[in-house]
Design a protein around this ligand. Structure first.
Ligand code: HEM
Length: 483
C-alpha cells in the first residue's frame, strides 16, 4: 500500500475514533439535560448551562469535522490533498476541544453555544479567565478548520478552474470537462465554510477588542448577532452538505447502481443553494425589530429557497436510484437513505419555523432544537456513520447486513424518533428552549423531558454498538503497516 494513502487512512481512522468518543460523551450530557428538565436529577442552573454549552459546541464541532474527514478522504480520488494540513487540523481540534472543556467545566463558561454578545462579558457565575480562554479555544479551532478548508479548496482549484468547479460548463450540452457532483458540492460547501469561519474570526477579534479596551470600546449588539448567526447558522448547515457530497460520491457504488453524473439541473440546484444558504441566517433575527425589514424578508425567502433546489434534486436522485430496481442494501446505504429522510423532515420543521407568522409562536420554543436535532441526530450523523462504516469495512471486512445490525438500526430509529417527538410536541405546546427547569405552569415540560431522556438512552445504546463495530476496525487500520 502506498505510504501516502496509508497515512491518510490512519489519520482518518484516528479522527473517527475521537469523533465517536466525543459524540458519546456529548449524548450523555444531552441526556443529563433532559433528566434535569424532567426533574429526575437535580443539577444547579450553572451546571445545566455548562453542559448545554459544552454539548452544543462539541456536537457542532465534531459533526463539522466528520464531514471534512469524509470529504478529505474521498477528494483523493480526484486531487492530491495535504496530509500535513489534515494532521494540523486534527491537532488543533484536539487542543481546541480540550481548552473548551476546561473553559466550561473548570471555568464554568455557560453562555450557550452561540456565545451571544454581551453574555461572555456578564457575570453568569463563571471564572473571570474563562471568557478569554473560551475565545482562544475558538481561535485554535477556527484556525485549524480555516487552514484545512482553504487547503482543500486550493487543491480543487489546481485541477479545475473556478467555473469548472461550479460546473457552469454543464449548462450547455456536450460539456468539454466533466465536473463530478462531489467536486461541485464540495466547492459550494467549502466556500460557505470559509465565509462562516472568516465571520467567526471577526467576531473573536471584536470580542477581544472590547475585552482589552476595558470599556473604551463597546461592540454593536446587532452587528455581533448578525456575525454570530452568519457563522453559526452557516457552519451548522454547511456540515450537512459535506455529508451530501459524500452520498453523491459513494451511494451508487455501495448500492451496485451507476454513479451519479453531473447534469444541468444538479449544477443549477447547487449553485443556487450556495447563495440561499449564505443568506438564510437572517431568519434568526426576526425578533430583532431594529433589523432592517428588507433583511427579514430576505431571511424568509432564502429559508424557503435554500431547501428547495438541493433537497429536491437530492431526494429525486436518491429515489430514482433505488425505485423499482434491485439495490444491494447494506448498513451504509441504509444509513444514507434514512439520513436523507431525517434531513428533509428536519428541513421542513425548519421552514415551518422560518415562516414569520409561525415564528411568532415557535420562536425559542423547543421546536427549534426539535428541527435541528432532526437533521443532525437523524440526518447528518447518519451520513457520517454511513461513511465511517464504509471507510472501516472497505479494508478489513465485507459489508453485510447482519441481524444485529438490523436490530441496532431499529434501536437508532426508535430512539431517535421518540427523542425528537418529545421536543416537537413540547415545542408545539410552547415549552421554551434553554430552560434548566420549567415553571410549574408548564406541566407537560418535565413529562416530555423524561420521555425524551428515555428514548435518547435507546439512541445511545445503538450508537455504542455502532461505535464498537466501527472503532474496532479503525484500530486495525491504525495498526496496519505499509507492507
Ligand atoms: C441523542 C442525542 C442528543 C441528545 C440527548 C441531545 C440533547 C439536547 C438537549 C436536551 C438540548 C437542550 C435543549 C433545550 O434548549 O432545552 C440540546 C441542545 C443542543 N444540541 Fe443536542 N442532543 C443530542 C444530539 C445532538 C446532535 C447530534 C447535535 C449535532 C449538532 C446536537 C446539537 C445541539 C445544539 C447545537 C444544541 C443547542 C445548545 C445551545 O442552545 O446552546 N445535539 N441537545
Amino acid at each position: 500500500m502506498n505510504i501516502e494513502s496509508l497515512k491518510l487512512k490512519k489519520i482518518s481512522a484516528l479522527w473517527i475514533i475521537v469523533i465517536l468518543v466525543l459524540f458519546i460523551a456529548s449524548i450523555v450530557l444531552g441526556i443529563l439535560m433532559r433528566l434535569n428538565q424532567g426533574k429526575v436529577i437535580e443539577q444547579s442552573p450553572l451546571t445545566f448551562y455548562t453542559n448545554m454549552t459544552t454539548h452544543g459546541l462539541t456536537m457542532i464541532g465534531i459533526w463539522f469535522a466528520a464531514g471534512m474527514v469524509a470529504v478529505n478522504y474521498l477528494l483523493q480520488r480526484y486531487v492530491k490533498t495535504s496530509y500535513g494540513v489534515n494532521l494540523f487540523a486534527f491537532i488543533l481540534t484536539v487542543i481546541g476541544v480540550v481548552m473548551l472543556w476546561i473553559t466550561t467545566y473548570a471555568g464554568k463558561f455557560s453562555t450557550g453555544w452561540t456565545f451571544l454578545y454581551p453574555l461572555p462579558f456578564r457575570d453568569l457565575g463563571s471564572e473571570s479567565w474563562s471568557t478569554p480562554l473560551f475565545l482562544i479555544s475558538l481561535t485554535v479551532l477556527g484556525v485549524g478548520w480555516l487552514v484545512w478548508s482553504v487547503s482543500l479548496m486550493a487543491q480543487i482549484l489546481k485541477k479545475y478552474t473556478l467555473s469548472q468547479a461550479f460546473a457552469w460548463q454543464h449548462f450547455k450540452s456536450n460539456a468539454s470537462v466533466e465536473t463530478p457532483p462531489f467536486i461541485l458540492i464540495t466547492t459550494v460547501t467549502l466556500i460557505g465554510v470559509i465565509a462562516s469561519l472568516i465571520a467567526a474570526v471577526i467576531v473573536i477579534i471584536l470580542y477581544f477588542a472590547e475585552y482589552f479596551s476595558h470599556g473604551d470600546f463597546v461592540n454593536d449588539a446587532l452587528l455581533m448577532k448578525n456575525l454570530i448567526y452568519f457563522f453559526g447558522h452557516t457552519i451548522a448547515n454547511e456540515m450537512l452538505y459535506l455529508g451530501l457530497a459524500v452520498i453523491y460520491e459513494i451511494f451508487g457504488e455501495v448500492s451496485d447502481r451507476p454513479k451519479w453524473k453531473m447534469t444541468w439541473y444538479i449544477s443549477l440546484a447547487w449553485n443556487c443553494a450556495m447563495i440561499f444558504i449564505l443568506t438564510a441566517f437572517f431568519h434568526h433575527l426576526y425578533m430583532d425589530f431594529v433589523q432592517p425589514q428588507a433583511l427579514q424578508i430576505v431571511g424568509q425567502l432564502a429559508s424557503y429557497l435554500a431547501s428547495i433546489p438541493s433537497a429536491a434534486v437530492t431526494v429525486f436522485s436518491i429515489v430514482a436510484a433505488v425505485y423499482g430496481v434491485k439495490v444491494r442494501w447494506s448498513i451504509v446505504n441504509l444509513l444514507f437513505f434514512l439520513g436523507v429522510a431525517g434531513w428533509v423532515i428536519g428541513g421542513l420543521g425548519a421552514v415551518i419555523d422560518a415562516t414569520i407568522s409561525n415564528n411568532i409562536m415557535l420562536h425559542n420554543t423547543l421546536w427549534v432544537p426539535a428541527h435541528f436535532h432532526t437533521y443532525n441526530a437523524m440526518g447528518n450523523v447518519l451520513f457520517s456513520l454511513g461513511f465511517f462504516y464504509w471507510f472501516s469495512t472497505q479494508y478489513v471486512d465485507k459489508l453485510v447486513l447482519s441481524k444485529l445490525t438490523k436490530y441496532t438500526l431499529a434501536l437508532l430509529i426508535i430512539g431517535g424518533i421518540g427523542f425528537l417527538m418529545a421536543f416537537y410536541v413540547a415545542g408545539a405546546n410552547s415549552i421554551p428552549r434553554r430552560y434548566s427547569t420549567y415553571p410549574v405552569e408548564l406541566t407537560s415540560g418535565p413529562y416530555l423531558a423524561k420521555v425524551g431522556a428515555l428514548f435518547a438512552s435507546i439512541y445511545l445504546i445503538a450508537i455504542l454498538i455502532f461505535f464498537y463495530n466501527i472503532a474496532k476496525r479503525c484500530f486495525v487500520i491504525l495498526s496496519a503497516s505499509s507492507r
